[in-house]
Structures are given as C-alpha cells and as structure tokens.
Design a protein around this ligand. Structure first.
Ligand SMILES: [Zn+2]
Length: 282
C-alpha cells in the first residue's frame, strides 16, 4: 500500500520505533526492500535520490514500485531523497512519489525557508509528505571529507524551530555527528543535540548516513527521537561485494548477469532485514 510518511512517522515515534529508508534505483534494490518488508511485516521507505536520475527515470521507478506494491499489503512510502530542484520535485510527485525531501541545507537559512515552504505547500496540497534539512552534512555520495565538519555544522535547535514554524514540514533531517558514505573510525552521535532539537520542534527527526553507525548508537538515537534512518552505503557495498565474490570464484564456467544480480539482491535483502528489525524494534 503506497502512502505518504506522515502518519507512519508519527506512530513510529509514539511507539519508540523508527522507519528504515533504503536507497533504491533498480529492480533488484526495490525487490529486495519489498522482500525484507514482507519477512518482517514492517512498513518501509524506498528512497530514490535526484542523483539517480542518470540511471532511471521517476516514471520507471514508480512503475516498478507500483507493480510490486499490487501484491503487498503493508505500508510503503516512495520517497524522493535529497532533491534540490523544484522542477524534479514536481516531476516525482506527478510520477506517483508519495513523499519528497527538499534539501536546501546548503542555502542561506532564509532562502532554505523560502524554498522549503514553497515545496511543502505544493506537496501538501497533493497529499505528499515533506522532509526538510537543516545543518551541514557532506555530499550524499560521501565524497567530501566529513571530518572537517565541526559542531558549528550541527543543526541548531532554535533555528530548527523557526524553520519548522515557517515551512510546516513533516520531518527534519538533522546533522548531529552523522555523515554520508563510509565513516573514518567510529562515529559519535551527539545525543544531547538530537534531544534538544526534538524538544523544540516535536518533529519526527531523520538521520542520514545511518549505515556505519554502531547499532547501539542507532537504538539510543531512536529512543530519544530519531524516527527515520537512511541506509545506503552498506547496501551499495554489500551488493557490489556479492558480485565481486561470484566473479572471483576459480571456476571456468562463465558467470551470467542474472545470477550476479540475484545474488546481489539476496545479500542486500538480508542487510535490509537487519536494519528493519533493529529500527522497528522487532
Ligand atoms: Zn542523505
């Protein structure tokens, strides 16, 4: 059942649970997420970033999701991840996305408010949920070095309140010691900051860059106020390693593409199941 994330995030928060959002960009990633959700009987968020448009169109992704969703009784959210273009937000919603993230975090605060508000008004009229972002993080693919980011890049609780009041977003992505891509060493989430932002806004909070954060830290963050965790890097690496392993076998039989892809899917599915069980407290 495709739906927006508003009620799902609210009820997850009430019960001390959290939704897992997985980055998807092809049939294998989408099918893996449906399969992990079926096994755990939990809702799931499928996140397609604007940056993936070079691999598949919004229409293609929505068509695959809708075809699998027809036989799936549990709630599924088709979410546009990290979008900086208003035009792409409109296109994703037109294609059937039920949730969008407008990422104006690199803009000056006032500009971020103006554009996020515009997106929220547009999306809410069409029954689509909106995630905003405040505070600085490294780029989505983890290229730039997050270790240069300091406490001054973290989300400011007072600004978060103003941002919410002006834009009426449904959830907020925060910078609290998390980063995209592979962590260098063990990350340390700033739990007091998560708590302060939640106390001010009472909004469902979103933690990007969640794969690579130790499970105990994720569980603690969820207990405080994180209602959605974004999982990408660990999935992408797991899928790639599954293929690499098959290719490096000393067997003269040629490996076929469909076998590689199905093995990648199977391994990603298991990682997804782990994160659903962890975050949904199963
Ligand atoms: Zn992100």
């Amino acid at each position: 059942m495709l739906q927006n994330s508003i009620e799902l995030l609210k009820s997850a928060r009430k019960s001390g649970r959290c939704l897992a959002a997985f980055n998807i960009y092809n049939l294998e990633t989408i099918a893996a997420a449906f399969s992990a959700a079926e096994r755990t009987q939990a809702p799931v968020i499928l996140a397609f970033g604007e940056g993936y448009l070079k691999y598949a169109s919004f229409e293609t992704i929505a068509a695959i999701v809708n075809s699998l969703d027809k036989y799936h009784q549990l709630p599924v959210v088709l979410h546009l991840d990290h979008c900086r273009s208003i035009e792409n937000i409109r296109a994703a919603i037109a294609a059937g996305f039920t949730s969008v993230m407008y990422d104006g975090s690199a803009l000056p605060f006032k500009e971020n408010i103006v554009y996020t508000k515009l997106v929220a008004e547009y999306a809410h009229d069409l029954g689509v949920s909106v995630e905003g972002e405040l505070g600085r993080m490294n780029s989505e693919d983890g290229r730039d070095d997050y270790s240069t980011h300091t406490g001054s890049d973290y989300t400011d609780p007072q600004q978060a309140l103003e941002y919410f009041e002006q834009t009426r977003i449904d959830s907020l992505a925060v910078s609290v010691g998390n980063a995209h891509g592979l962590y260098k060493g063990v990350p340390n989430l700033v739990f007091s900051r998560i708590s302060e932002i939640y106390e001010k806004t009472k909004l469902p909070l979103v933690l990007h860059g969640s794969s690579g954060i130790p499970d105990e830290q994720l569980v603690k963050a969820i207990g405080i106020a994180i209602s959605k965790v974004n999982i990408n890097t660990e999935l992408a690496i797991t899928g790639a390693f599954a293929i690499k392993e098959l290719l490096s076998q000393e067997d003269s039989t040629p490996v076929r593409m469909e076998i590689l892809m199905s093995q990648a899917k199977k391994q990603m599915d298991l990682v997804m199941e782990h994160y659903i069980r962890l975050t949904y407290r199963l």
